[in-house]
Design a protein around this ligand. Structure first.
Ligand code: HEM
Length: 145
């Protein structure tokens, strides 16, 4: 991440007009001035959070992966005190790897229940049946004595 500059919140807060608009998403400082007119959600929403941390607002919309990748295009730096590595993990990379984990989990979930039902339900019944069968046979033996 060489070349990225560090900014404080008060520095970011100075860029809040439609001619100079910065905001923060996941610790990344973005200059979205040129993006204002291109933003599919309109420039007004961006100007409302200009100079501020817009992470919550950005996440609340459920922006697509394309939108998340687009964030990188407008990054001019990171917030001071934020671990750059941490920022990367909180951002796009993390969301993608989470999705992979989720789909792997769902695949596992599909095949698991059948064997669980067999081992957790039928095996104890089989063991109990054998036990009571054995008891029944041995008690009959004792009556004959
Ligand atoms: C650099 C930062 C941002 C980028 C690159 C970006 C990009 C996009 C893109 C590509 C879309 C189209 C839909 C999609 O692909 O998800 C979109 C829609 C939208 N965005 Fe953003 N956005 C940014 C920041 C924000 C922020 C901070 C807000 C709220 C304060 C916001 C509010 C919206 C809204 C309301 C829509 C319309 C959603 C809809 O019509 O369903 N965006 N944005």
């Amino acid at each position: 991440m060489a070349g990225l500059r560090f900014f404080t919140f008060s520095q970011v807060a100075q860029h809040k007009s439609n001619k100079d608009c910065w905001l923060v998403i996941n610790g990344r400082v973005l200059d979205v001035t040129k993006f204002l007119e291109e933003h599919p959600g309109g420039d007004e929403v961006l100007l409302e959070v200009a100079g501020k941390d817009a992470t919550k607002e950005f996440d609340a919309i459920g922006h697509s992966k394309e939108a998340q990748n687009l964030v990188l295009k407008y990054q001019v730096g990171v917030l001071q005190g934020v671990n750059v590595q941490e920022v990367d993990f909180k951002g796009v990379v993390d969301k993608e790897s989470n999705n992979k984990e989720m789909s792997a989990f769902v695949i596992k979930e599909d095949s698991a229940p059948k064997s669980i039902v067999f081992y957790e339900f039928f095996v104890p019944i089989l063991v109990a049946g054998l036990y009571f069968g054995y008891r029944f046979l041995t008690s009959e033996d004792s009556i004959t004595y």
